[in-house]
Write a protein that binds this ligand. Structure first.
Ligand code: SF4
Length: 281
């Protein structure tokens, strides 16, 4: 077994949330530049220019990319040959989030209890931990802060298998249409297909992490992504809802085995601030 002290995990999580909140990943910058070139609406193009300028200023001055510094989702691929010493993985991740949001002057946006009291926890904790046990003696940590504007536009449905690929397409496009300008377009759309009720939402979220340029290895899902991107950009929502041709910068679909009587579909919409940063220990 390889031992990893929980303090190292806490320090890594802290660093990753700083990076994610200040520096937009290079693939997102490239997509925004491409969108800026292709956009036909002058108003929407001006919005894309402002988004790019904002990203440059944020990286230069270490300012948050957006005032909503998000809920702190932490995706962990944990090698099964690792022994974490000290605190638990959850406690270490939460400590990393606490330090990052405190020292980095990032907005604290989490309420401890969601319905009655809704009191801010004051430090953006807890970390929202998603763990997969994988072979090996490494641990991959991905910090993915996500704001509520786009998170609130998420949707999930349990289709009949007879709905097929056409039914999936309709649900995804309809979800984006209904979202309109609320998720701060241009957006990235993560889609999950298969698994079960809770599993399909996880697939949609993980789909958002796939870097641009990494082609879906399944040709039919890859073609589905292309069709969805084309249809979504035909909706005419555009950057900040100003119309035009660039509503989505990318569509990523992840799938998993499911029940013979099920066709779960989840849509996770992320705004242009599709923030994530990863490290391997
Ligand atoms: S949806 Fe994204 S860009 Fe819009 S306010 Fe939320 S985090 Fe910021």
């Amino acid at each position: 077994m390889r031992e990893i002290p929980s303090e190292l995990i806490a320090q890594t999580v802290e660093r990753l949330f700083w990076e994610a909140n200040y520096i937009l990943p290079p693939d997102m910058i490239s997509l925004l530049r491409k969108g800026e070139k292709e956009e036909t609406s002058p108003e929407a193009r001006a919005v894309l220019e402002s988004i790019l300028e904002n990203a440059a200023l944020a990286a230069e001055g270490e300012y948050p990319l957006c005032q909503d510094c998000g809920m702190a989702a932490v995706f962990v691929d944990l090698g099964q040959e690792i022994l974490i010493t000290g605190d638990s993985l959850e406690a270490a991740a939460t400590e990393g989030v606490r330090r990052a949001y405190d020292k980095g002057y990032l907005r604290k946006s989490i309420v401890g209890e969601p319905l009655f009291e809704r009191k801010n926890t004051g430090d953006n904790t807890p970390a929202l931990l998603r763990v997969r046990i994988v072979p090996g003696d490494k641990i991959k940590i991905t910090a993915a802060p996500k704001g509520a504007g786009s998170e609130n536009m998420s949707a999930l449905t349990m289709l009949s298998p007879a709905a097929g690929a056409g039914g999936v397409e309709e649900f995804v496009v309809d979800t984006v249409r209904k979202a309109g300008p609320n998720p701060c377009p241009p957006i990235v759309v993560g889609v999950g297909v298969g698994s079960n009720f809770e599993g399909v939402a996880d697939l949609a979220k993980r789909a958002l992490l796939r870097p641009e340029g990494e082609i879906n290895p399944h040709p039919q899902y890859s073609a589905l992504e292309d069709r969805l991107l084309h249809r979504i950009n035909g909706l005419g929502i555009g950057a900040a809802g100003y119309g035009g041709t660039v509503t989505a910068l990318g569509v990523k679909v992840e799938w998993a085995p499911t029940h013979i009587a099920s066709l779960p579909v989840a849509v996770s919409i992320c705004c242009h601030a599709n923030r994530h940063s990863a490290a391997v220990i």
